[in-house]
Design a protein around this ligand. Structure first.
Ligand code: MEV
Length: 451
Protein backbone atom coordinates (compact mmCIF):
# COMPACT_ATOMS: atom_id res chain seq x y z
CA UNK A 1 0.00 0.00 0.00
CA UNK A 2 1.25 3.50 -0.80
CA UNK A 3 2.30 5.44 2.25
CA UNK A 4 0.55 8.65 3.21
CA UNK A 5 2.43 11.80 4.26
CA UNK A 6 2.11 12.60 7.96
CA UNK A 7 0.97 15.97 9.35
CA UNK A 8 2.25 17.21 12.69
CA UNK A 9 4.97 14.56 13.13
CA UNK A 10 7.08 16.91 15.24
CA UNK A 11 4.19 17.31 17.69
CA UNK A 12 4.03 13.58 18.48
CA UNK A 13 5.74 12.42 21.68
CA UNK A 14 8.98 10.46 21.33
CA UNK A 15 7.06 7.22 21.94
CA UNK A 16 4.46 8.35 19.40
CA UNK A 17 7.11 9.02 16.77
CA UNK A 18 8.65 5.59 17.31
CA UNK A 19 5.27 3.85 17.16
CA UNK A 20 4.48 5.61 13.87
CA UNK A 21 7.91 4.70 12.46
CA UNK A 22 7.63 1.05 13.41
CA UNK A 23 4.12 0.71 12.00
CA UNK A 24 4.73 2.67 8.82
CA UNK A 25 8.25 1.60 7.84
CA UNK A 26 9.32 -1.43 9.88
CA UNK A 27 6.33 -3.75 9.45
CA UNK A 28 5.40 -3.39 13.15
CA UNK A 29 8.72 -4.99 14.14
CA UNK A 30 8.86 -4.49 17.93
CA UNK A 31 12.61 -5.27 18.05
CA UNK A 32 13.17 -1.87 16.41
CA UNK A 33 11.71 -0.22 19.52
CA UNK A 34 14.23 -2.05 21.69
CA UNK A 35 17.07 -1.09 19.33
CA UNK A 36 16.16 2.57 19.61
CA UNK A 37 15.55 2.48 23.34
CA UNK A 38 18.73 0.64 24.24
CA UNK A 39 20.61 3.84 23.41
CA UNK A 40 18.47 6.06 25.62
CA UNK A 41 20.32 7.43 28.60
CA UNK A 42 18.91 6.39 31.97
CA UNK A 43 19.70 9.88 33.26
CA UNK A 44 16.55 11.62 32.06
CA UNK A 45 17.99 15.13 32.24
CA UNK A 46 20.99 14.08 30.14
CA UNK A 47 18.68 12.38 27.65
CA UNK A 48 16.50 15.47 27.40
CA UNK A 49 19.60 17.59 26.80
CA UNK A 50 20.57 15.39 23.84
CA UNK A 51 17.00 15.27 22.54
CA UNK A 52 16.95 19.04 22.44
CA UNK A 53 20.14 19.44 20.41
CA UNK A 54 18.09 18.56 17.36
CA UNK A 55 14.53 17.86 16.23
CA UNK A 56 12.33 14.75 15.98
CA UNK A 57 14.86 12.86 18.10
CA UNK A 58 14.06 9.21 18.82
CA UNK A 59 17.39 7.88 20.07
CA UNK A 60 21.10 8.66 20.37
CA UNK A 61 23.65 7.65 17.76
CA UNK A 62 26.88 6.70 19.51
CA UNK A 63 30.34 7.35 18.08
CA UNK A 64 33.52 6.07 19.66
CA UNK A 65 35.31 8.76 21.67
CA UNK A 66 39.03 7.91 21.56
CA UNK A 67 42.27 9.41 22.80
CA UNK A 68 45.45 9.99 20.82
CA UNK A 69 48.22 10.60 23.38
CA UNK A 70 51.82 11.84 23.06
CA UNK A 71 51.19 14.89 20.89
CA UNK A 72 53.98 17.38 21.44
CA UNK A 73 52.49 20.66 20.19
CA UNK A 74 54.45 23.89 20.55
CA UNK A 75 56.66 22.12 23.12
CA UNK A 76 53.79 21.01 25.35
CA UNK A 77 52.50 17.49 25.62
CA UNK A 78 48.81 16.90 24.81
CA UNK A 79 46.34 14.08 24.47
CA UNK A 80 43.96 14.74 21.59
CA UNK A 81 40.34 13.56 21.95
CA UNK A 82 38.88 12.17 18.73
CA UNK A 83 35.28 11.17 17.93
CA UNK A 84 35.34 8.85 14.93
CA UNK A 85 33.86 5.54 13.86
CA UNK A 86 36.56 4.55 11.35
CA UNK A 87 39.09 2.03 12.62
CA UNK A 88 42.81 2.86 12.36
CA UNK A 89 42.40 6.66 12.51
CA UNK A 90 43.11 7.09 16.23
CA UNK A 91 45.83 4.42 16.04
CA UNK A 92 47.49 6.18 13.10
CA UNK A 93 47.31 9.57 14.82
CA UNK A 94 48.83 8.14 18.01
CA UNK A 95 51.59 6.46 16.02
CA UNK A 96 52.43 9.66 14.15
CA UNK A 97 52.40 11.60 17.45
CA UNK A 98 54.91 9.17 18.91
CA UNK A 99 57.06 9.31 15.79
CA UNK A 100 57.37 13.11 16.05
CA UNK A 101 57.62 13.15 19.85
CA UNK A 102 61.40 12.76 19.73
CA UNK A 103 61.83 14.78 16.56
CA UNK A 104 60.70 18.17 17.83
CA UNK A 105 56.94 17.60 17.74
CA UNK A 106 54.36 19.76 15.97
CA UNK A 107 54.45 23.54 15.66
CA UNK A 108 51.34 25.60 14.96
CA UNK A 109 50.76 29.20 14.02
CA UNK A 110 47.48 30.99 13.34
CA UNK A 111 48.08 33.14 10.29
CA UNK A 112 44.78 35.09 10.46
CA UNK A 113 41.26 34.75 11.89
CA UNK A 114 38.97 36.80 9.67
CA UNK A 115 35.55 35.40 8.71
CA UNK A 116 33.30 36.55 5.92
CA UNK A 117 29.63 37.07 5.13
CA UNK A 118 27.60 38.59 2.32
CA UNK A 119 24.36 40.36 1.62
CA UNK A 120 23.63 39.20 -1.93
CA UNK A 121 21.43 41.70 -3.75
CA UNK A 122 20.21 42.83 -7.16
CA UNK A 123 20.16 46.43 -8.35
CA UNK A 124 19.44 47.65 -11.85
CA UNK A 125 20.08 51.37 -11.29
CA UNK A 126 23.13 53.54 -11.82
CA UNK A 127 26.28 51.81 -10.49
CA UNK A 128 28.24 55.00 -9.86
CA UNK A 129 25.44 56.40 -7.75
CA UNK A 130 25.30 53.16 -5.76
CA UNK A 131 29.08 53.20 -5.15
CA UNK A 132 29.09 56.81 -4.10
CA UNK A 133 26.06 56.29 -1.81
CA UNK A 134 27.80 53.31 -0.21
CA UNK A 135 31.13 55.09 0.31
CA UNK A 136 29.73 58.44 1.49
CA UNK A 137 26.82 57.25 3.61
CA UNK A 138 25.78 53.62 3.76
CA UNK A 139 28.94 51.94 5.13
CA UNK A 140 28.92 54.13 8.22
CA UNK A 141 25.19 53.64 8.73
CA UNK A 142 25.59 49.83 8.49
CA UNK A 143 28.16 49.94 11.30
CA UNK A 144 26.05 52.32 13.39
CA UNK A 145 22.87 50.28 13.11
CA UNK A 146 24.58 47.05 14.12
CA UNK A 147 26.13 48.63 17.21
CA UNK A 148 23.73 46.87 19.53
CA UNK A 149 24.39 43.47 17.94
CA UNK A 150 28.16 43.96 17.97
CA UNK A 151 28.39 45.46 21.48
CA UNK A 152 29.40 42.26 23.36
CA UNK A 153 31.63 41.02 20.56
CA UNK A 154 33.47 44.37 20.48
CA UNK A 155 33.96 44.11 24.25
CA UNK A 156 35.65 40.72 23.64
CA UNK A 157 37.96 42.20 21.03
CA UNK A 158 35.97 41.27 17.92
CA UNK A 159 33.33 42.82 15.69
CA UNK A 160 32.94 44.00 12.12
CA UNK A 161 36.33 44.52 10.49
CA UNK A 162 35.32 45.86 7.09
CA UNK A 163 32.40 46.21 4.69
CA UNK A 164 32.78 46.57 0.93
CA UNK A 165 30.41 46.92 -1.96
CA UNK A 166 31.26 44.35 -4.63
CA UNK A 167 30.07 44.67 -8.22
CA UNK A 168 29.46 41.17 -9.62
CA UNK A 169 27.45 42.28 -12.66
CA UNK A 170 30.03 40.96 -15.10
CA UNK A 171 29.30 37.42 -13.81
CA UNK A 172 25.54 37.76 -13.16
CA UNK A 173 23.37 40.58 -14.43
CA UNK A 174 22.44 43.18 -11.75
CA UNK A 175 24.20 41.20 -8.98
CA UNK A 176 26.01 43.05 -6.17
CA UNK A 177 27.23 42.14 -2.72
CA UNK A 178 27.85 43.76 0.59
CA UNK A 179 30.89 41.76 1.58
CA UNK A 180 31.77 42.04 5.26
CA UNK A 181 34.63 40.63 7.28
CA UNK A 182 34.34 39.81 10.97
CA UNK A 183 36.48 38.87 13.95
CA UNK A 184 34.52 36.54 16.23
CA UNK A 185 37.30 35.77 18.76
CA UNK A 186 36.56 32.45 20.52
CA UNK A 187 33.13 31.79 19.04
CA UNK A 188 32.54 30.24 15.64
CA UNK A 189 30.37 33.30 15.14
CA UNK A 190 27.75 32.04 12.69
CA UNK A 191 24.80 33.57 14.57
CA UNK A 192 26.65 36.80 15.16
CA UNK A 193 27.62 37.16 11.51
CA UNK A 194 24.17 36.28 10.18
CA UNK A 195 22.48 38.72 12.59
CA UNK A 196 24.80 41.52 11.43
CA UNK A 197 24.15 40.69 7.77
CA UNK A 198 20.38 40.67 8.19
CA UNK A 199 20.59 44.06 9.90
CA UNK A 200 22.80 45.33 7.02
CA UNK A 201 20.08 44.32 4.57
CA UNK A 202 17.34 46.13 6.54
CA UNK A 203 19.48 49.23 6.90
CA UNK A 204 20.36 49.24 3.20
CA UNK A 205 16.69 48.92 2.21
CA UNK A 206 15.61 51.71 4.57
CA UNK A 207 18.45 54.06 3.70
CA UNK A 208 17.97 53.62 -0.03
CA UNK A 209 14.23 54.15 0.28
CA UNK A 210 14.93 57.51 1.93
CA UNK A 211 17.86 58.57 -0.29
CA UNK A 212 17.22 61.50 -2.61
CA UNK A 213 19.89 60.55 -5.17
CA UNK A 214 18.00 57.50 -6.49
CA UNK A 215 14.98 57.58 -8.79
CA UNK A 216 11.83 55.72 -7.76
CA UNK A 217 12.64 53.08 -10.37
CA UNK A 218 16.16 52.60 -8.99
CA UNK A 219 14.80 52.27 -5.45
CA UNK A 220 12.27 49.68 -6.62
CA UNK A 221 14.98 47.69 -8.36
CA UNK A 222 16.80 46.91 -5.10
CA UNK A 223 16.14 43.32 -4.13
CA UNK A 224 17.94 41.57 -1.30
CA UNK A 225 18.34 37.92 -2.30
CA UNK A 226 19.93 36.54 0.88
CA UNK A 227 22.14 37.33 3.84
CA UNK A 228 24.49 34.58 4.95
CA UNK A 229 27.98 33.97 6.24
CA UNK A 230 30.41 32.19 3.96
CA UNK A 231 31.81 28.87 5.13
CA UNK A 232 34.79 29.61 2.93
CA UNK A 233 37.19 31.37 5.27
CA UNK A 234 40.54 31.56 3.46
CA UNK A 235 41.58 34.29 5.91
CA UNK A 236 40.87 32.24 9.01
CA UNK A 237 43.85 30.02 8.62
CA UNK A 238 46.26 27.98 10.69
CA UNK A 239 49.57 26.35 9.79
CA UNK A 240 50.77 23.15 11.46
CA UNK A 241 54.15 21.65 10.66
CA UNK A 242 56.77 19.10 11.58
CA UNK A 243 60.42 19.17 10.60
CA UNK A 244 63.64 17.34 11.34
CA UNK A 245 66.97 16.46 9.78
CA UNK A 246 66.54 13.96 6.94
CA UNK A 247 68.79 11.40 8.64
CA UNK A 248 66.37 11.27 11.60
CA UNK A 249 63.71 9.80 9.34
CA UNK A 250 65.07 6.28 9.09
CA UNK A 251 61.97 4.11 9.28
CA UNK A 252 62.46 0.44 10.18
CA UNK A 253 64.38 -1.14 7.34
CA UNK A 254 63.78 1.84 5.04
CA UNK A 255 66.70 4.27 4.74
CA UNK A 256 66.02 7.91 5.61
CA UNK A 257 66.81 9.23 2.09
CA UNK A 258 64.69 6.54 0.47
CA UNK A 259 61.80 7.25 2.83
CA UNK A 260 61.98 11.01 2.19
CA UNK A 261 62.12 10.49 -1.56
CA UNK A 262 59.09 8.20 -1.53
CA UNK A 263 57.18 10.42 0.89
CA UNK A 264 57.92 13.61 -1.07
CA UNK A 265 56.80 11.95 -4.30
CA UNK A 266 53.55 10.87 -2.67
CA UNK A 267 52.86 14.49 -1.67
CA UNK A 268 53.77 15.76 -5.16
CA UNK A 269 51.35 13.26 -6.69
CA UNK A 270 48.57 14.58 -4.44
CA UNK A 271 49.54 18.13 -5.45
CA UNK A 272 49.12 17.49 -9.16
CA UNK A 273 46.56 14.67 -9.39
CA UNK A 274 43.01 15.47 -8.17
CA UNK A 275 42.05 11.77 -7.96
CA UNK A 276 44.82 11.18 -5.45
CA UNK A 277 44.36 14.61 -3.79
CA UNK A 278 40.76 13.73 -2.92
CA UNK A 279 41.79 10.57 -1.04
CA UNK A 280 44.85 12.27 0.43
CA UNK A 281 42.69 15.13 1.77
CA UNK A 282 40.02 12.69 2.93
CA UNK A 283 42.68 11.12 5.13
CA UNK A 284 43.61 14.56 6.48
CA UNK A 285 39.96 15.22 7.29
CA UNK A 286 39.78 11.86 9.14
CA UNK A 287 41.99 13.50 11.72
CA UNK A 288 40.51 17.01 11.56
CA UNK A 289 36.85 15.98 11.69
CA UNK A 290 37.43 13.66 14.65
CA UNK A 291 38.71 16.60 16.72
CA UNK A 292 36.09 18.99 15.32
CA UNK A 293 33.30 16.60 16.34
CA UNK A 294 34.81 15.80 19.76
CA UNK A 295 35.02 19.54 20.50
CA UNK A 296 31.41 20.20 19.45
CA UNK A 297 32.12 22.08 16.24
CA UNK A 298 30.52 21.91 12.81
CA UNK A 299 32.48 19.38 10.75
CA UNK A 300 30.40 20.06 7.61
CA UNK A 301 31.56 23.68 7.67
CA UNK A 302 35.18 22.65 8.23
CA UNK A 303 34.98 20.07 5.42
CA UNK A 304 33.34 22.47 2.95
CA UNK A 305 35.95 25.12 3.64
CA UNK A 306 38.91 22.74 3.41
CA UNK A 307 37.87 21.42 0.01
CA UNK A 308 37.18 24.85 -1.46
CA UNK A 309 40.61 25.92 -0.22
CA UNK A 310 42.14 22.82 -1.79
CA UNK A 311 40.81 24.05 -5.14
CA UNK A 312 41.74 27.71 -4.65
CA UNK A 313 44.30 27.72 -7.48
CA UNK A 314 41.78 26.45 -10.01
CA UNK A 315 42.56 22.75 -9.62
CA UNK A 316 41.83 20.49 -6.65
CA UNK A 317 45.12 19.78 -4.90
CA UNK A 318 46.77 18.52 -1.72
CA UNK A 319 46.22 20.40 1.55
CA UNK A 320 49.65 19.29 2.80
CA UNK A 321 53.06 20.08 1.34
CA UNK A 322 56.63 19.08 2.01
CA UNK A 323 60.13 20.18 1.13
CA UNK A 324 63.72 19.24 1.81
CA UNK A 325 66.08 22.16 2.21
CA UNK A 326 69.65 22.07 3.54
CA UNK A 327 69.14 18.54 4.82
CA UNK A 328 65.96 19.45 6.71
CA UNK A 329 62.69 17.70 5.92
CA UNK A 330 59.64 19.91 6.50
CA UNK A 331 56.00 18.77 6.18
CA UNK A 332 53.13 21.20 6.72
CA UNK A 333 49.48 22.01 6.25
CA UNK A 334 47.80 25.40 5.84
CA UNK A 335 44.18 24.89 6.76
CA UNK A 336 41.36 27.43 6.94
CA UNK A 337 39.16 26.45 9.90
CA UNK A 338 36.33 28.41 11.52
CA UNK A 339 35.69 26.88 14.94
CA UNK A 340 34.73 28.09 18.40
CA UNK A 341 35.48 27.16 21.98
CA UNK A 342 32.55 29.12 23.37
CA UNK A 343 28.90 29.03 22.32
CA UNK A 344 27.10 26.27 20.45
CA UNK A 345 27.53 22.77 21.90
CA UNK A 346 30.76 23.69 23.68
CA UNK A 347 29.17 24.38 27.05
CA UNK A 348 26.14 22.09 26.62
CA UNK A 349 27.44 18.66 25.69
CA UNK A 350 29.21 17.04 28.66
CA UNK A 351 31.67 15.12 26.45
CA UNK A 352 32.48 18.24 24.46
CA UNK A 353 33.23 20.10 27.67
CA UNK A 354 35.44 17.20 28.72
CA UNK A 355 37.23 17.13 25.34
CA UNK A 356 38.02 20.83 25.72
CA UNK A 357 39.24 20.21 29.28
CA UNK A 358 41.52 17.40 28.00
CA UNK A 359 43.02 19.92 25.57
CA UNK A 360 43.59 22.38 28.44
CA UNK A 361 40.57 24.64 27.70
CA UNK A 362 41.97 26.05 24.45
CA UNK A 363 40.87 29.28 22.88
CA UNK A 364 39.66 29.18 19.26
CA UNK A 365 43.15 29.80 17.86
CA UNK A 366 44.64 26.97 19.90
CA UNK A 367 41.82 24.65 18.84
CA UNK A 368 42.50 25.52 15.19
CA UNK A 369 46.06 24.36 15.86
CA UNK A 370 45.01 21.01 17.38
CA UNK A 371 42.67 20.31 14.46
CA UNK A 372 45.40 21.03 11.92
CA UNK A 373 47.89 18.93 13.89
CA UNK A 374 45.47 15.98 13.91
CA UNK A 375 45.04 16.33 10.14
CA UNK A 376 48.78 16.57 9.51
CA UNK A 377 49.51 13.61 11.80
CA UNK A 378 46.89 11.56 10.05
CA UNK A 379 48.30 12.38 6.64
CA UNK A 380 51.85 11.62 7.79
CA UNK A 381 50.68 8.25 9.16
CA UNK A 382 48.75 7.39 5.99
CA UNK A 383 51.59 8.36 3.61
CA UNK A 384 54.17 6.60 5.75
CA UNK A 385 52.18 3.37 5.52
CA UNK A 386 51.32 3.84 1.86
CA UNK A 387 54.92 4.30 0.73
CA UNK A 388 56.37 1.57 2.96
CA UNK A 389 54.23 -1.38 4.09
CA UNK A 390 51.01 -0.46 2.25
CA UNK A 391 47.84 0.64 4.00
CA UNK A 392 46.11 -2.72 4.23
CA UNK A 393 48.47 -4.29 6.76
CA UNK A 394 47.47 -1.94 9.57
CA UNK A 395 43.97 -1.43 8.28
CA UNK A 396 43.05 -5.08 8.07
CA UNK A 397 44.36 -5.73 11.59
CA UNK A 398 41.79 -3.19 12.81
CA UNK A 399 39.21 -4.55 10.43
CA UNK A 400 39.82 -8.01 11.91
CA UNK A 401 38.32 -6.78 15.19
CA UNK A 402 35.27 -5.44 13.38
CA UNK A 403 34.73 -8.78 11.64
CA UNK A 404 35.21 -10.67 14.90
CA UNK A 405 32.77 -8.35 16.67
CA UNK A 406 30.23 -8.95 13.93
CA UNK A 407 30.71 -12.68 14.43
CA UNK A 408 30.26 -12.12 18.18
CA UNK A 409 33.61 -13.81 18.86
CA UNK A 410 34.57 -14.39 22.48
CA UNK A 411 37.59 -12.64 24.02
CA UNK A 412 39.50 -15.91 23.87
CA UNK A 413 38.74 -16.27 20.16
CA UNK A 414 39.85 -12.67 19.53
CA UNK A 415 43.24 -13.43 21.13
CA UNK A 416 43.51 -16.53 19.02
CA UNK A 417 42.82 -14.57 15.81
CA UNK A 418 45.27 -11.77 16.56
CA UNK A 419 47.94 -14.47 16.95
CA UNK A 420 46.75 -16.44 13.97
CA UNK A 421 47.03 -13.44 11.63
CA UNK A 422 50.40 -12.24 12.93
CA UNK A 423 52.16 -13.68 9.87
CA UNK A 424 49.18 -13.92 7.48
CA UNK A 425 47.20 -11.46 5.39
CA UNK A 426 43.82 -10.60 6.90
CA UNK A 427 40.88 -10.92 4.54
CA UNK A 428 37.18 -11.22 5.29
CA UNK A 429 37.14 -14.61 3.61
CA UNK A 430 40.14 -15.90 5.58
CA UNK A 431 38.64 -14.78 8.91
CA UNK A 432 35.28 -16.43 8.18
CA UNK A 433 36.93 -19.68 7.06
CA UNK A 434 39.09 -19.94 10.14
CA UNK A 435 36.18 -18.95 12.39
CA UNK A 436 34.00 -21.70 10.88
CA UNK A 437 36.82 -24.21 11.30
CA UNK A 438 37.29 -23.18 14.92
CA UNK A 439 33.60 -23.47 15.71
CA UNK A 440 33.34 -26.75 13.79
CA UNK A 441 30.75 -25.55 11.26
CA UNK A 442 30.72 -25.58 7.46
CA UNK A 443 28.99 -22.26 6.84
CA UNK A 444 28.87 -18.88 8.67
CA UNK A 445 25.05 -19.22 8.90
CA UNK A 446 25.57 -22.17 11.20
CA UNK A 447 27.63 -20.14 13.69
CA UNK A 448 25.85 -20.01 17.02
CA UNK A 449 26.30 -17.40 19.72
CA UNK A 450 28.98 -18.56 22.18
CA UNK A 451 27.78 -18.99 25.77
C1 MEV B 1 41.28 6.16 4.64
O1 MEV B 1 40.18 6.59 5.41
C2 MEV B 1 42.23 7.30 4.39
C3 MEV B 1 43.39 6.99 3.45
O2 MEV B 1 42.88 6.49 2.23
C4 MEV B 1 44.10 8.30 3.22
C5 MEV B 1 45.17 8.27 2.14
O3 MEV B 1 45.09 7.45 1.23
O4 MEV B 1 46.07 9.12 2.23
C6 MEV B 1 44.29 5.95 4.03
Amino acid sequence: MNKQPIEGFSKLSKEGKIEWLVNEFLQGEKKAIETLKQYWNTDEALQQLHDEFSENTVSNFYMPFGLAPNFLVNNRLYTIPMAIEESSVVAAASKAAKFWLNRGGFKTEVLSTTKLGHVHFMFTGNKEKLTSFFEKHLREKLIEETNEITHNMRARGGGIMSIELVDKTDELEDYFQLKASFETVDSMGANFINSCLEQFAKTMENEMAMATEFTAEEKDSLQVVMCILSNYTPDCIVRAEVSCAVEELKDGNVLAEEFVEKFTRAVRIAEIEPYRATTHNKGIMNGCDAVVIATGNDFRAVEACAHTYAAKDGKYSSLTHCEVKDGIFRFWIDLPIAVGTIGGLTSLHPLVKLALDILGKPNAKELMGFIAVAGLAQNFGALRSLVTTGIQKGHMKMHLMNILNQLEATEEEKHYFVNYFKDKTVSHHAVINEFCRLRGVNHPNEIKKAN
